[in-house]
Design a binder for this molecule. Structure first.
Ligand SMILES: [Zn+2]
Length: 322
């Protein structure tokens, strides 16, 4: 039996890319235009949810997996339209704007595809990820997430990452990552656990949801005007996420960060001086220790990420973003 998923039109994806969301108002315009399904519920912050199984809000019996994306983009606030081009399976923009916005339009498109195919789960569309994860942080603090074991963001560059660590802390178990990688492999995708995650919405659910991961969705160079999206990979991924089972993923072990279980590339002896982002990050957090201003920390993070992500990908100090 071959039940092929119904895929959404690529033109819809390209249209969504053309609408930048660098302000609250532009996020609302996008919601009115593309997320106007009456089944969506909104929380008091403004985040949107849809539970396929129960038509419930957040707390529900049923699937234990919450799928996540964010509505905002890092476009200049004044920008109202993004020039979008698609050629030979690649979506891109030009140097009149600061980025394409595949981060996180791709995640939105994937979640809409999963909803279209009635894949069981809770679908979360968060506001304000790019300014410090404000929407998801509000949701983690104010809503009841008792039923959920896995928080899965679709907000990572590349095509292979199942993020197990964010901000140098373990956020998802190896058991979880390995099992999910196997399920993707059966659909022809080559994912694996990746400890180099930085920050995305799922991170906000520390102490609330057991596994908090972020999956590669096929964009590259996010937050720059050379950002591109691999459209063929997007198609393959949409197929896979609607085909694999998300049920009974293992919880596994989430040890707090410790030197001995940290991956090689954090080790001092690997590069001699240690992983630079971690040192700089500690400086940044210490600097703000007395007056933790989220916006300043976010700007500082952005700076660090720019600094390291602009290195060549094979540079040992290279780090991607999201
Ligand atoms: Zn993002």
């Amino acid at each position: 039996m071959d039940n092929k998923p119904t895929l959404l039109d690529e033109d819809l994806y390209l249209e969504m890319l053309a609408m930048p969301r660098g302000t609250k108002d532009l996020q609302e315009l996008f919601i009115r235009t593309y997320l106007n399904d009456t089944r969506f519920k909104r929380d008091d912050y403004g985040n949107l949810y849809l539970n396929i199984v129960n038509d419930a809000y957040v707390l529900s019996k049923g699937p234990d997996t919450a799928f996540m994306c964010h509505i905002d983009t890092v476009h200049q606030p004044s920008l109202t339209e993004v020039p979008v081009y698609a050629q030979q399976g690649i979506a891109y923009t030009d140097n009149t704007v600061n980025c394409l916005g595949a981060d996180c339009t791709t995640g939105i498109f994937i979640l809409l595809t999963m909803i279209e195919n009635q894949v069981p789960g809770l679908y979360c569309f968060f506001l304000d990820e790019e300014v410090g994860g404000l929407g998801s942080q509000w949701a983690a603090e104010n809503l009841n997430w008792g039923e959920y074991n896995h928080a899965i963001s679709f907000d990572r560059f590349g095509t292979q990452s199942i993020i197990t660590h964010q901000m140098n802390e373990r956020t998802a178990s190896d058991e979880f990552a390995d099992e999910l990688a196997e399920r993707f492999f059966a659909e022809g995708l080559d994912y694996e656990g990746d400890a180099s995650g930085v920050f995305t919405d799922s991170y906000s659910f520390e102490g609330v949801i057991h596994n908090r991961t972020n999956l590669s969705v096929g964009y590259y160079n996010q937050h720059t005007n050379s950002e591109i999206q691999d459209l063929n990979f997007l198609l393959e991924l949409c197929n896979a996420v609607c085909t694999i089972s998300w049920a009974n993923l293992p919880l596994g072990n989430i040890e707090p960060y410790c030197e001995s279980d940290s991956p090689d590339f954090y080790h001092d002896d690997y590069f001699g001086t240690g992983f630079p982002l971690v040192d700089d990050l500690l400086d940044l957090l210490n600097y703000h220790a007395d007056e933790p201003i989220v916006d300043d920390i976010e700007r500082g993070l952005e700076f660090l990420l720019q600094k390291y992500s602009n290195l060549d990908e094979d540079d040992p100090f290279y780090i991607g973003k999201n």
